[in-house]
Design a protein around this ligand. Structure first.
Ligand code: PCP
Length: 500
């Protein structure tokens, strides 16, 4: 998962793009980039680091132009090298730049096709560079540059590219486009802001970016749709490949900000529903529970924990304080860093734990890094019994659509019973959400969404063609030690501060 944003406005866009990326920072902490166009040049700044650290005044002053795109990166393919920060750029045809959220599942085949048949050079390990080059190739095959031709090019792209992708692309002297794969696994919304000079448009991964910048949500980009905002700030929409809306369930569990609405589903309401259903399960299966207090593992689990406590009629208390200056540990690139950060991130409030039977609530248990340490901390703080509840079902299978959990053995619940996981994390009891309850929690908020991409829980991959050989290859490429090796110094061409 990454955060992407795109804009066509009446004035310079760099400040709005910067502000939008800071609001989407929770989707990627590794690198950030903005590229703008003044109609003659592209201006690019990208580097590793948080948004606020990547862009200094001197960079902002150079990012001239009324349209642009931006990216906050969480690496799920390729490496954390600076040269793989986005947006990516190709000069031919026209000058195109692209920022991508998701993961392509046929990246090797696309790489071969681009190199051997389309005769295009791919300079990095990133699948986003492949996506951009497919788009460039398809535009090159068409006689001119118009709304119709762009729709044809994206249609041809969708016929070749497999996986999960939400992308924004900017084409010199044409406009900004946004498109989503035919299952619409990763989110992308479009909004409008009226000004005296006319409308301005913004694409963003999540509606919260539109809200904070004064844009009104128009719609989600639909499955298999391309939305085009041309240089005259006219909006065009076209379904390139009809599909079945299947948004990623894990976006609602953990990835997205709770004040976002995605595909008509309020993330906050869905998390309240998750907590409520989990509470109901506890009452049904453990009516004589002896829980004294419900405590969230901040931050994401808080809304689920509030609703769970309400349902149990047990007090809700804050038992851990999160250092707001430490990022999200789950999206850190290496296990060592994730492990070390938990203790620095969270500190117990002893008075809320001492002598009590506590139910700790987290949004999910993935590698088990957080819950193991938290349970120990709760015991050291004097808790009598430490029960643990997860608002998501056991995470059993790798994600191949843009969440960095590629290796089965790294998932604590893979191949284990709930009792075995409970023992491993050192809890007195472990309660997981049932998958049907998670889906119900989402579906209740917007009954029009009938399908969810929930492969990490059920192993069903909606795009197909994900088999044992695919997993083996993925595990070799993206296990923690392979990633650490690849993140060393890079020799690839660096255009991160270029006027291009
Ligand atoms: C993540 C999430 C759970 C953890 C990590 C699950 O926290 O909320 O606490 O992953 P694990 O089992 O592999 O440890 P953060 O990424 O710190 O995010 P937030 O503060 O939003 O909860």
């Amino acid at each position: 998962m990454c955060g992407i944003v795109g804009m066509v406005a009446q004035a310079n866009v760099q400040q709005d793009l910067f502000d939008a990326l800071t609001v989407l920072q929770h989707r990627g902490q590794d690198a950030a980039g903005i590229i703008t166009s003044d109609g003659k040049h592209f201006f690019l700044r990208k580097a590793n680091g948080l948004v606020r650290d990547v862009f200094h005044l001197r960079h902002m002053e150079r990012l001239q132009g009324h349209m642009g795109i931006g990216h906050a990166r969480y690496p799920t393919a390729g490496s954390s090298c600076e040269s793989e920060a986005q947006p990516f750029y190709v000069n031919s045809p026209y000058g195109i730049t692209l920022a991508h959220n998701g993961n392509l599942t046929n990246a090797s085949a696309l790489r071969e096709l681009l190199t051997n048949t389309y005769r295009r050079h791919i300079n990095t390990h990133s699948d986003s560079e492949l996506l951009l080059n497919i788009l460039a190739h398809e535009l090159e095959m068409l006689p001119d540059l118009s709304v119709d031709e762009v729709c044809k090019a994206v249609t041809a792209l969708m016929a070749q590219v497999e996986g999960g992708y939400a992308a924004v692309a900017m084409i010199m002297n044409f406009g900004v486009i946004g498109f989503r794969d035919p299952h619409a696994i990763r989110p992308l919304v479009i909004g409008v802001r009226e000004t005296e000079q006319g409308p301005e448009y913004m694409f963003a991964s999540e509606s919260v970016a539109l809200d904070t910048l004064g844009f009104t949500l128009i719609d989600d980009v639909q499955p298999g749709e391309v939305v085009i905002v041309d240089m005259n700030r006219k909006l065009h929409r076209h379904i390139c490949q009809p599909g079945i809306l299947s948004p990623c369930a894990f976006e609602f569990v953990y990835l997205a900000r709770q004040d976002s609405v995605m595909d008509g589903i309020s993330v906050y309401q869905s998390r309240l529903n998750m907590g409520d259903r989990l509470g109901k399960q506890i009452l049904d299966t453990w009516p004589n529970h002896d829980i004294d207090v419900v405590i969230p593992i901040p931050d994401t689990s808080r809304s689920a924990a509030i609703a769970l406590a309400d349902r149990l009629k047990v007090p809700f208390r804050e038992g851990f304080v999160k250092n707001r200056y430490i990022g999200r540990t789950f999206i850190m690139p290496g296990q060592q860093e994730r492990k070390k950060s938990v203790r620095k991130k969270l500190n117990p409030i002893v008075s809320e734990l001492d002598g009590k039977n506590v139910l700790l609530v987290d949004d999910s248990i993935v590698r088990g890094t957080t819950c193991k340490q938290i349970i120990q901390m709760a015991r050291q703080a004097g808790a009598k019994k430490v029960y643990f509840a997860s608002a998501a079902p056991p995470v059993l299978y790798p994600n191949v659509y843009g969440i960095d959990m590629p290796v089965r053995e790294e998932l604590i619940a893979h191949g284990k019973t709930i009792e075995q996981v409970c023992e491993k994390i050192g809890a007195d009891k472990l309660i997981y959400q049932r998958l049907e309850d998670l889906i119900g929690a989402l579906h209740d908020v917007n009954p029009a969404v009938e399908h969810f991409e929930a492969s990490v829980f059920d192993g069903k991959y909606c795009t197909g063609k994900i088999d044992e050989a695919y997993f083996k290859n993925l595990e070799q490429e993206r296990n923690d030690s392979a990633k650490a090796k690849r993140n060393g110094p890079s020799s690839v061409i660096d255009l991160s501060n270029a006027v291009i």
